[in-house]
Design a protein around this ligand. Structure first.
Ligand code: KG4
Ligand code: ZN
Length: 339
């Protein structure tokens, strides 16, 4: 029997809908919200309003791209959390309405599980290799930085986590102090390609176990810029590429150190990365070369599945559907949640 899942993602500033049939992606539509750029970060109230405007056309487009109608959908998977409450509420309420109107069951999805399970999205035109269980996943996004022990599709354990800022936040905040546009991660990535990553040294934290910290790096970066700008107000402008390359390398070094420690302690050499920061070309390259050196089998997600998307929500919904794990109509969004 065919199983068709409509996935809906609205946890932050991307409104997305996707269709997955028997694990294979048929469509994935993403409406990104430009409105936040001029504020240098996501404005929650504006995000909720934009989701309201986008959600119907986005779902409509996902169905059309897949050449299906809503009557072909067996379940609607939606992001329950974590994320911005107002943004989540739009997706949850829309899903409830559609579920009642069309008598289609709902499946709630944890956004973080979604990022990790993006490694299991099959494509119609290309063979995709999936990680074998157990594997370790470095989950790096704008809101989260974690090392996750993935025992099965829906059985995951966070073994390390940031105690303050997320890696994506470090990219975004440091970009902001350099006067770069939001989100800073992709901009730093691009500028870093022209720069010397060894030129500047920034603070690397020492935290326990497999945990991370990025707030010290952010502060040391800020003071470094302030001190240098006092002597030369063109300092940032003149050294932008080297600053970006050195900062990016520091973040990568911090991420890899704990990941390597975890692979040794857990004796696992299936390693995946996921989340918005896994789009970073430096990190992708570093994981690949570290993997070659250490005999890991590495899994780098398709670029389009790194940042927020509904395909990852639909694939997670598909796995939950197979487990008969449905949500009731009184489900509410949750802003902060673990795995
Ligand atoms: O997963 P995501 O889309 O949203 C969250 O769940 O947070 O991640 C967004 C984060 C932002 O901080 C953004 O700057 C970062 O991912 N990001 C990148 C790159 N592309 C997106 N960071 C570094 N390099 C990139 N190429
Ligand atoms: Zn995300």
């Amino acid at each position: 029997m065919d199983i068709t899942i409509l996935g809906i993602e609205s946890s932050c500033d991307d409104t997305s809908a996707a269709i997955i049939k028997n694990g294979v992606l048929l469509s994935n539509v993403i409406a990104s919200q430009e409105v936040h750029v001029k504020y240098g970060g996501v404005v929650p109230e504006l995000a909720s309003r934009a989701h309201q405007q986008n959600i119907i056309p986005v779902v409509d487009a996902a169905l059309k791209d897949a050449e299906l109608t809503i009557d072909n959908v067996d379940a609607i998977a939606f992001t329950r959390g974590p994320g911005l409450l107002g943004s989540l509420l739009v997706g949850v309420s829309f899903t409830k309405g559609l579920s009642i109107a069309k008598n289609i069951p709902m499946v709630e999805v944890n956004h973080l599980q979604g990022h990790i399970l993006s490694h299991f999205i099959d494509l119609p035109d290309k063979e995709v290799e999936h990680p074998a269980f157990p594997f370790l996943c470095l989950l790096v996004s704008g809101g989260h930085t974690q090392i996750v022990l993935v025992k099965d599709y829906l059985d995951m354990e966070i073994i390390g986590s940031t105690i303050d800022d997320a890696a994506g936040e470090a990219f975004d905040k440091c970009a902001k102090v350099m006067g770069l546009p939001y989100p800073g991660g992709p901009v730093i990535d691009k500028l870093a390609r022209e720069g010397d990553a060894k030129r500047f040294k920034f603070a690397k934290p020492s935290v326990d176990n497999f945990n991370y910290s990025f707030s010290g790096l952010k502060t040391s970066f800020l003071y470094f810029l302030r001190d240098n700008m006092a002597n030369d107000d063109q300092f940032i402008e003149k050294n932008k590429a080297d600053l970006c390359a050195s900062l990016q390398q520091t973040i990568i070094d911090i991420l890899l150190k704990k990941l390597i420690k975890a692979t040794k302690e857990y004796k696992i050499d299936n390693i995946a990365i996921a989340g918005g920061v896994s789009a970073n070309s430096g990190l992708r390259g570093a994981i690949t070369s570290e993997g070659l050196k250490r005999g890991w089998k590495t899994f780098i997600p398709e670029f389009k599945f790194t940042t927020d998307n509904a395909a990852m929500i639909a694939i997670t919904g598909y796995r939950k559907y197979l487990n008969n794990d449905f949500s009731s109509l009184d489900v509410t969004p949750i802003a902060k949640m673990g795995l």
